[in-house]
Design a protein around this ligand. Structure first.
Ligand code: SF4
Length: 353
């Protein structure tokens, strides 16, 4: 939450919601509010578009009529919107301090050091891919080196694309999405190496690898354990267990399905009435799915919340909208033009696919 002016703290929830509705009405088509699925209900109810990273990237690129894009999510998402939108548009993140911890686990300097060490190992036969959950500098680095961005929805597709260009892939910054994607493509564990930027390995030890994954992780998804799946199956033997590919491979291997946020939503949607679906992803989304599909039993694999996603409240959203209405918008997200241009190259390689 921002250090909000006192008046917002003193308003009741009802007053806040009414004021947001009024502000949206006043701003009309000049405003688009984008909300990630992991946002709380009090915020997501006001999103014109809700989605996962890929869907929201597309929306940001397509919302060309809106003068203001208010992005309720974490910073790398708002940065992506700022990279993809028109120069005349303004992207505002109600709580600009809401950073994704995983995205903060790789910076451009570390990526360049890894690149300089690894690329000569295969005479330059190496391509970088970055997960959307990365800072703009990493996306720009990847764009400059001929690589692309991917999301959990299209990681397999982008890996295929990368291997059509080069023989080796450096995947940043999520070890688990990279590993799960490579294994699903039939690349064995022995050919997947790990790059720990804090303690880089002996480069020669990676010579036999096809994929190098960065040692980054999402604490929300790595908290799920294989024992959680065992326990869920013991309690609900007929349940479908669906988890996100940011989970550790031991968890993915025990689940019935692994899918992106959109894939998880689809799995719940398609489950027959009366069935039980146990979901290993961010708790706000699981809870919302349970409410949306009361004819099914939708349960969390365990309660795991993204604290930075939860930093944005309806009061922060109202404060951001009031800033626009008063002509003094705050928490404007900008990316310098050189970084944005190269990051756009990497993002467009994904969006074209
Ligand atoms: S759920 Fe994980 S990857 Fe997504 S924003 Fe939170 S910490 Fe980052």
């Amino acid at each position: 939450m921002n250090d909000l002016p006192q008046k917002y703290k003193e308003m009741s929830d009802g007053e806040v919601y009414a004021a947001i509705r009024q502000a949206r009405q006043t701003l009309g088509e000049r405003l688009t509010i984008l909300g990630h699925h992991y946002q709380s209900d009090e915020v997501i109810q006001f999103a014109d578009f809700r989605g996962d990273s890929l869907e929201l990237s597309r929306q940001a690129a397509q919302a060309t009529r809106a003068e203001y894009i208010v992005f309720c999510g974490v910073h790398f998402m708002a940065e992506t919107a700022a990279i993809l939108c028109q120069p005349s548009q303004m992207v505002i993140q109600p709580v600009i301090e809401a950073l994704c911890p995983m995205a903060s686990m790789a910076d451009a300097e570390e990526a360049a050091a890894a690149w300089d060490a690894l690329s000569p190992l295969w005479d330059g036969d190496l391509l970088p891919l970055t997960y959307q959950n990365s800072v703009a500098d990493i996306k720009a680095f990847v764009g400059k080196q001929g690589g692309a961005v991917c999301t959990s929805s299209n990681a397999a597709q982008l890996f295929q694309w990368a291997f059509s260009q080069k023989g080796h892939v450096l995947f940043m910054p999520d070890e688990h999405l990279g590993t799960n994607t490579a294994l699903a493509m039939g690349i064995p564990h022995a050919r997947i190496g790990i790059w720990n930027p804090l303690r880089p390995p002996q480069v020669e030890s990676l010579a036999g690898c096809q994929v190098i994954v960065w040692k980054g992780f999402c604490s929300v998804h790595t908290c799920f354990r294989p024992e959680d799946v065992d326990e869920a199956r013991a309690n609900y033997p007929d349940a479908l267990v669906v988890v996100h590919p940011e989970c550790k491979h031991e968890v993915v291997a025990k689940a019935d399905l692994s899918g992106s946020t959109t894939g998880i939503i689809r799995a719940v949607e398609q489950a027959p009435a009366g069935s039980t679906v146990i979901v290993g992803t961010e708790w706000h989304l699981v809870n919302r799915l349970a409410e949306t599909y009361p004819d099914k039993r939708v349960l969390p694999l365990r309660r795991s919340e993204c604290r930075t996603m939860a930093m944005t409240t309806a009061r922060d959203l109202l404060y951001a909208l009031d800033g626009i209405l008063s002509g003094t918008p705050h928490n404007i997200v900008t990316v310098d033009e050189d970084t944005a241009a190269w990051a756009r190259v990497a993002l467009e390689r994904m969006l074209r696919g």
